[in-house]
Design a protein around this ligand. Structure first.
Ligand code: SF4
Ligand code: SF4
Length: 199
């Protein structure tokens, strides 16, 4: 009882911590899950995100284009993204799509001001998702003493020396390989025309 009174008294003496939103925007943590942003240039239309989304709320359309090859090469076919949309009225903000994207095309943005009066307006197309990519925060620095990222470790580790090329050819395998007609089974020892019967 006395402790409760002391807490109430302390609250009366300290200033309220009310944020004057929307005049003052909140300082959200860097990892806030506000909205999903798309970096369109990185998307290869691999469809992994759409396949893994538990809510099936990612819609992707694409077509193939062929790039003419330089002289002597083969023309290359690649996917061109026509549509990338996320229905945020279905999305449950699980982050699976961001986790599975192998090409770093999806990111969390702390942007949260996209509430709407009509639920159908929560389906956002790639132009809007790309616009949100401008609000992706810079990733926080690694913890001091943490292991370096594997990309940096791979780039700074010296590669092992390649074995020297052989100057003289080694001895060739001269053993004669048996050639069987197709379908015949290998002979067991003691079978066949030249076999000696045991008495
Ligand atoms: S956050 Fe989850 S539910 Fe939302 S689009 Fe990505 S995978 Fe689907
Ligand atoms: S997983 Fe990434 S690269 Fe593949 S379609 Fe989705 S956003 Fe594009």
């Amino acid at each position: 009882m006395a402790k409760g009174l002391a807490v109430t008294f302390r609250h009366m003496l300290t200033r309220a911590d009310t944020r004057q939103y929307p005049e003052v925007r909140p300082d959200l943590p860097a990892r806030s899950r506000g909205v999903i942003a798309l970096v369109e240039e990185n998307c290869t239309v691999c469809m992994l995100c759409a396949r893994e989304c538990p809510d099936w709320c990612i819609y992707i359309d694409s077509h193939k284009e062929t790039t003419p090859a330089p002289e002597g090469g083969r023309p290359r076919a690649h996917n061109v993204l026509d549509r990338f949309a996320i229905d945020f009225s279905l999305c449950m903000y699980c982050g699976i799509c961001i986790e599975v994207c192998p090409f770093d095309a999806l990111f969390w943005s702390p942007e949260f001001e996209y509430a709407d009066y009509d639920i159908r307006d929560l389906l956002h197309e790639k132009d809007k998702l790309a616009e949100w990519s401008q609000t992706i925060p810079i990733p926080p620095a690694h913890d001091p003493g943490a292991a370096p990222p594997k990309e940096i470790a791979a780039a700074t580790t010296p590669k092992p020396a390649r074995p020297a090329a052989r100057t003289a050819p080694g001895p060739r395998n001269t053993a004669v390989r048996a050639i069987r007609p197709p379908g015949s089974l290998p002979k067991k020892p003691g079978e066949g025309p030249g076999a000696v019967e045991e008495s």
